[in-house]
Design a binder for this molecule. Sequence first.
Ligand code: PHE
Length: 443
Amino acid sequence: MATRAHFSSRIGFILAAAGSAVGLGNIWGFPTQAASNGGAVFLIVYLLMVFALAYPLLVAELTIGRYGNADPITSLRKVWPQQRALMGFVGLAGMIAVSLILSFYAIVAGWLLGYLVAPVLDLLGLTAQAQWLEEFGVERNLILMLVFMWLTVMVVRSGVTDGIEKWSTRLMPVLLLLFVVMVIYILTQDGAWEGLRVYLVPDASHLSPKLIVSAMGQAFFSLSLGVCTMMVYGSYLDKSANLPKTAAQVALLDTGVAFLAGMLILPAMFVAQNHGVVIYDDTGALLASDTLVFSVLPSMFETMGGVGILVSTLFFILMVIAALTSSISMLEVPVSCVIEELNHTRHWAVWWIGGVISVISTVIVFNFESLFGFVITMTTAYAQPIIGMIFAILVGWIWHRDKVLNEIKAGYPELEASLFWRIWPWYVRIVCPVLMLLVFFLQ
Ligand code: PHE
């Protein structure tokens, strides 16, 4: 096999992996979950889940990938060579799950594109077109999804360093900067502090098994775990990288952005309320999920007058960037498998797989009511935790401990003497699977 591409710098890898992790899950999922699950209580359980469960698994997935130095199917087979067929099946399951995630993600990201362009069209007097972009409809969903898929394909087509790394390192700093600017702006508005209070003062009455399960799912989704994404990125990482440290940086960046998103969205809801926008439903619960980003925020932007268009544009640019740096990491999983397992060119693989996933998205668009929520639940509530657990079992029980040690040690020479090595192997072996099973049976 020809030598594989690798990330050209450590920071390039961190920004790409954080780019994968930071996405709609952080900016849309996390704040809405926090808003409807008692604010700070959700935040605390979420933080526990990230560091007690997701971080150790992130290290596990990255380690398998870097050891394999190949696409996820081959990497998994290198971990358990006696079980080629089974490992092929696990890799395939991850590949299918991540493709399905991309198929609904692209629909939502398409809406974001619509909301990005609509205010501009409105300004130009193209009111009907603007309305079309913002109103739910099969044609709109389809066209915008295709545009977003096309963007994803264009980046992945250029490969690891010229596509994924280049765009992630360009876009992630812009995203972080936009975020900080927006948080500062929103906190100067009337009503913002009330939102902050809801976000940061815990209300323990919300603590429930359901909340814990949601927090786990959110942590898995947010760190892109259980679907071979981090494995394939890990396989493009050079041996001198310190995996536990790099994983910690990625997890911190991801959690930091989720936290910041809460500082933006929850105050924004209360600012919107101050402008007369309804943010509580009839039962007194905060409006959640799609209504939040796609109705509360746009109506708030509208009440802001001229500056509203600017703020809205910034916000949706931020969302689209976050979605794109995630979607490229999803597409890379099946693409790397097709390139390396079936010996196709990147160009061929990207167009074919992008095409197939667009077809799946199209089916969802035409059967939105029955399929959209179903695909989301199947992939994020089942596939991600289950496959994630399989990875933990592989690393904890099947993989020879010395091999794991040597792999991590390559970039972390003092590993054996570290606290990390005293805890992590047992942790992935016992604690992660048990915790996941517990949470699973709580649902
Ligand atoms: N982590 C991404 C987000 O928070 C979603 C994602 C899931 C990306 C699975 C890759 C794989 O939006």
